[in-house]
Ligand binder design. Sequence first.
Ligand SMILES: [Zn+2]
Length: 133
Amino acid sequence: MNPLYPNVARRAGHRCEYCRAPEAVFNFPFEVEHILPKSRGGTDDEANLCLACRSCNLRKSDRIVAFDERSGEDVPLFQPRDQRWDDHFRVEDESGEIQGLTATGRATVRILELNHPLQLTARLLWIRLQFFP
Ligand SMILES: [Zn+2]
Protein backbone atom coordinates (compact mmCIF):
# COMPACT_ATOMS: atom_id res chain seq x y z
CA MET A 1 0.00 0.00 0.00
CA ASN A 2 1.16 3.52 -0.74
CA PRO A 3 2.69 4.92 2.47
CA LEU A 4 0.77 8.16 1.94
CA TYR A 5 -2.55 6.28 1.84
CA PRO A 6 -3.61 7.19 5.42
CA ASN A 7 -3.23 10.94 4.82
CA VAL A 8 -4.73 10.88 1.33
CA ALA A 9 -7.69 8.76 2.45
CA ARG A 10 -8.38 10.92 5.50
CA ARG A 11 -8.23 14.11 3.43
CA ALA A 12 -10.70 12.57 0.95
CA GLY A 13 -13.11 11.50 3.67
CA HIS A 14 -12.56 7.90 2.48
CA ARG A 15 -14.41 8.58 -0.78
CA CYS A 16 -13.26 8.33 -4.36
CA GLU A 17 -12.50 11.90 -5.33
CA TYR A 18 -13.84 11.33 -8.87
CA CYS A 19 -17.08 9.32 -8.47
CA ARG A 20 -17.49 9.83 -4.70
CA ALA A 21 -17.86 6.10 -4.07
CA PRO A 22 -17.76 5.44 -0.31
CA GLU A 23 -14.76 3.32 0.61
CA ALA A 24 -16.72 1.93 3.58
CA VAL A 25 -18.79 -0.35 1.35
CA PHE A 26 -15.75 -1.94 -0.34
CA ASN A 27 -13.71 -4.77 1.13
CA PHE A 28 -10.34 -3.27 0.16
CA PRO A 29 -8.73 0.17 0.45
CA PHE A 30 -9.07 2.67 -2.35
CA GLU A 31 -5.99 3.66 -4.31
CA VAL A 32 -3.66 6.63 -4.17
CA GLU A 33 -3.93 8.17 -7.64
CA HIS A 34 -1.48 10.59 -9.26
CA ILE A 35 -3.51 13.47 -10.71
CA LEU A 36 -0.59 14.37 -12.98
CA PRO A 37 0.73 10.88 -13.77
CA LYS A 38 4.30 10.05 -12.90
CA SER A 39 4.79 9.19 -16.59
CA ARG A 40 4.06 12.88 -17.34
CA GLY A 41 6.32 14.24 -14.64
CA GLY A 42 3.90 14.10 -11.71
CA THR A 43 5.39 13.75 -8.25
CA ASP A 44 4.48 11.91 -5.06
CA ASP A 45 3.75 15.24 -3.39
CA GLU A 46 0.41 15.10 -1.61
CA ALA A 47 -0.75 18.05 -3.71
CA ASN A 48 -0.59 15.70 -6.73
CA LEU A 49 -2.39 12.79 -5.07
CA CYS A 50 -6.01 11.89 -4.61
CA LEU A 51 -8.03 8.91 -3.46
CA ALA A 52 -9.60 6.91 -6.27
CA CYS A 53 -11.69 3.77 -6.48
CA ARG A 54 -10.38 0.96 -8.69
CA SER A 55 -12.83 1.80 -11.48
CA CYS A 56 -11.85 5.46 -11.69
CA ASN A 57 -8.14 4.79 -11.32
CA LEU A 58 -8.14 2.16 -14.09
CA ARG A 59 -10.14 4.32 -16.47
CA LYS A 60 -8.21 7.49 -15.77
CA SER A 61 -4.91 5.69 -16.26
CA ASP A 62 -2.34 8.28 -17.41
CA ARG A 63 -4.92 10.67 -18.91
CA ILE A 64 -5.06 14.35 -18.03
CA VAL A 65 -7.45 15.50 -20.78
CA ALA A 66 -10.48 14.02 -22.52
CA PHE A 67 -12.76 14.99 -25.38
CA ASP A 68 -15.90 16.95 -24.56
CA GLU A 69 -18.49 16.32 -27.26
CA ARG A 70 -20.46 19.50 -26.62
CA SER A 71 -17.54 21.90 -26.98
CA GLY A 72 -15.74 19.67 -29.50
CA GLU A 73 -12.46 20.05 -27.64
CA ASP A 74 -10.06 18.12 -25.49
CA VAL A 75 -10.41 19.58 -22.01
CA PRO A 76 -8.60 18.97 -18.72
CA LEU A 77 -10.03 16.22 -16.54
CA PHE A 78 -11.39 17.13 -13.12
CA GLN A 79 -8.57 17.92 -10.69
CA PRO A 80 -9.61 17.10 -7.13
CA ARG A 81 -6.92 19.30 -5.55
CA ASP A 82 -7.66 22.49 -7.49
CA GLN A 83 -11.36 22.20 -8.21
CA ARG A 84 -14.57 21.65 -6.25
CA TRP A 85 -16.59 18.55 -7.17
CA ASP A 86 -19.90 20.40 -6.82
CA ASP A 87 -18.79 22.99 -9.37
CA HIS A 88 -18.37 20.32 -12.06
CA PHE A 89 -20.85 17.55 -11.20
CA ARG A 90 -24.25 16.90 -9.76
CA VAL A 91 -26.06 13.68 -8.90
CA GLU A 92 -29.53 12.97 -10.26
CA ASP A 93 -31.48 11.71 -7.27
CA GLU A 94 -33.83 9.46 -9.23
CA SER A 95 -31.40 7.77 -11.59
CA GLY A 96 -28.21 8.06 -9.56
CA GLU A 97 -26.48 9.44 -12.64
CA ILE A 98 -23.63 11.90 -12.24
CA GLN A 99 -24.07 14.80 -14.66
CA GLY A 100 -21.18 16.95 -15.83
CA LEU A 101 -21.99 20.63 -15.36
CA THR A 102 -18.93 21.91 -17.24
CA ALA A 103 -16.81 20.73 -20.15
CA THR A 104 -14.38 19.27 -17.61
CA GLY A 105 -17.24 17.60 -15.77
CA ARG A 106 -18.74 16.12 -18.94
CA ALA A 107 -15.40 14.84 -20.24
CA THR A 108 -14.58 13.32 -16.85
CA VAL A 109 -17.97 11.58 -16.60
CA ARG A 110 -17.50 10.14 -20.09
CA ILE A 111 -13.89 8.97 -19.86
CA LEU A 112 -14.18 7.55 -16.33
CA GLU A 113 -17.55 5.97 -17.26
CA LEU A 114 -19.09 7.35 -14.08
CA ASN A 115 -22.52 6.24 -15.31
CA HIS A 116 -21.55 2.74 -16.39
CA PRO A 117 -24.41 0.34 -15.56
CA LEU A 118 -22.35 -1.28 -12.80
CA GLN A 119 -21.60 2.13 -11.31
CA LEU A 120 -25.29 3.09 -11.42
CA THR A 121 -26.43 -0.14 -9.85
CA ALA A 122 -23.98 0.29 -6.99
CA ARG A 123 -24.69 4.02 -6.58
CA LEU A 124 -28.44 3.50 -6.34
CA LEU A 125 -27.85 0.92 -3.63
CA TRP A 126 -25.53 3.29 -1.74
CA ILE A 127 -28.18 6.02 -1.99
CA ARG A 128 -30.81 3.67 -0.55
CA LEU A 129 -28.44 2.68 2.27
CA GLN A 130 -27.61 6.36 2.88
CA PHE A 131 -23.92 5.93 2.07
CA PHE A 132 -24.24 8.34 -0.86
CA PRO A 133 -23.88 11.20 -1.51
ZN1 LIG B 1 -14.41 6.36 -8.39
